[in-house]
Design a protein around this ligand. Structure first.
Ligand code: HGY
Ligand code: MN
Ligand code: MN
Length: 408
């Protein structure tokens, strides 16, 4: 293959090669070598396509198709280049690739737009290396500043600032842009809805809010054989009761409430020693802020009750919170009529996954559109979307951008 891809499928495989894993998954965490290779190669592809490229000072990468009007505002399209550990080829990547291909086609077919069109490859969204998520869009929308990453480290103890500086970023003050008029993200659904209702495009009304916690439970390690059950301070026994109550507690709410314990560490993790230290995570989500808050209050107080019962110390830290976000109705109605006019079946729905669009909705008209995920699988090497569905999403994006940015 030439150095840069010439079509959607080629581009998906090409981008997935940066951080490709033997199991077919992709691991491309913030400021890692595979992350740098991906950003640099995307920059090369954008430049070959005739887009004006630049990085901002935290590593978001941009490719601009400038308007004929020097004072024009900008329509930003794109998604995140980072992945979860051994994630899929499409989460984030598809939105960047479709953005580049859309600008190439619009440039070739219609020339200069009347509004700047700019594709962005956000540096980080997942929160899979450092305990902060939506870093790239969070800096662009003023949600974060450098103080939010001070003192945070990855699982190897590398500080965020060290990793950011080593990748060549973080060396100047961040200037929040004031020219972004609209943000549009094209993304895989990461769930089963579109497949179940047999529709090709998801028109997203709202993105759920989420709260992510790190729970640390400390007890006392001791000999399994010589310590009677009544004298133990067993951190894992306490944590298991907490986690059991978490999953039972969800049943007291409507089915839009979801939660999971994704990570669990036990120390000393030895078969004949009573665990004295457990750390686990909780990720809880709901489209309604007050329902989400009430569930989080409920489980945290139940955790404290179990800690007392087992004579354990407990620390509950919320390290990530993002509020539910409404997508722009007018933009969604445009997508709806593009789909109808093109004979493409669409479906109005909510997003259970968080997205960069969630933060842009705070500062400008924003929407996100979905294409189906096979079996609803995502954050896995088995993540898959058919070429036909990928192409349909790109077709709608191109028509949408043409309506928004030409003959205005
Ligand atoms: O976790 C999420 O919702 C997103 O995929 N980062
Ligand atoms: Mn994801
Ligand atoms: Mn994503």
């Amino acid at each position: 293959m030439a150095q840069f891809p010439t079509n959607l499928n080629e581009a998906i495989e090409w981008l997935a090669s940066f951080g490709g894993e033997p199991d077919g998954g992709v691991t491309r965490t913030l400021y890692s070598q595979s992350w740098k290779d991906a950003q640099q190669n995307l920059k090369g592809w954008m430049e070959e396509a005739g887009l004006l490229t630049n990085y901002d000072c935290v590593g978001n990468l941009f490719g601009k198709l400038p308007s004929s009007n020097p004072n024009a505002q900008t329509i930003l399209i794109g998604s995140h280049v980072d992945t979860v550990k051994s994630g899929g080829k499409y989460d984030g990547a598809y939105g960047i690739i479709a953005g580049i291909l859309a600008l190439i086609q619009l440039k070739n077919q219609f020339g200069q737009p009347s509004i700047n069109l700019e594709v962005v490859s956000f540096c980080e969204e997942e929160g899979s290396r450092f305990p902060i998520a939506l870093w790239g869009s969070g800096m662009m929308t003023g949600v974060y500043s450098y103080k939010d990453i001070r003192d945070i480290r990855d699982s190897e103890g590398i500080s965020f600032e060290t990793a950011m500086m080593a990748a060549g970023f973080g060396r100047s003050e961040y200037r929040v842009r004031d020219d972004i008029q609209t943000f549009i993200e094209l993304h895989i659904e990461q769930g089963p809805t579109l497949e179940k209702v047999n529709k090709s495009i998801g028109i997203v009304k709202a993105i759920v809010g989420q709260k992510r916690f790190r729970i640390t439970v400390n007890g006392e390690s001791n000999h399994v054989g010589t310590t009677s059950m009544k004298w133990r301070r067993d951190a894992l026994h306490g944590a298991i009761n907490m986690i059991h109550d978490l999953y039972e507690g969800v049943k007291e709410y409507d089915e839009d409430l979801v939660t999971s314990v994704g990570q669990l560490f036990v120390e000393p993790n030895v078969p004949n020693v009573i665990p004295n230290h457990v750390q686990f995570t909780v990720d809880a989500r709901h489209p309604n802020e007050s329902v989400l808050s009430s569930f989080c209050q409920q489980f945290t107080s139940r955790f404290e009750t179990h800690a007392k019962k087992h004579d354990l110390d407990i620390k509950i830290e919320m390290w990530h919170e993002v509020h539910p976000a409404q997508m722009d109705r007018k933009l969604n109605e445009m997508i709806d009529s593009i789909c109808t006019g093109s004979g493409i079946a669409s479906h109005w729905m909510n997003s259970g996954a968080g997205h960069d669009a969630q933060l842009f909705a705070r500062i400008c008209p924003t929407t996100i559109l979905f294409v189906p995920s096979k079996g609803g699988i995502s954050h896995s090497p088995l993540e898959f979307t058919s070429t036909k569905d990928l192409e349909t999403g790109l077709e709608v994006l191109i028509k949408f951008l043409h309506q928004l940015a030409y003959n205005r």
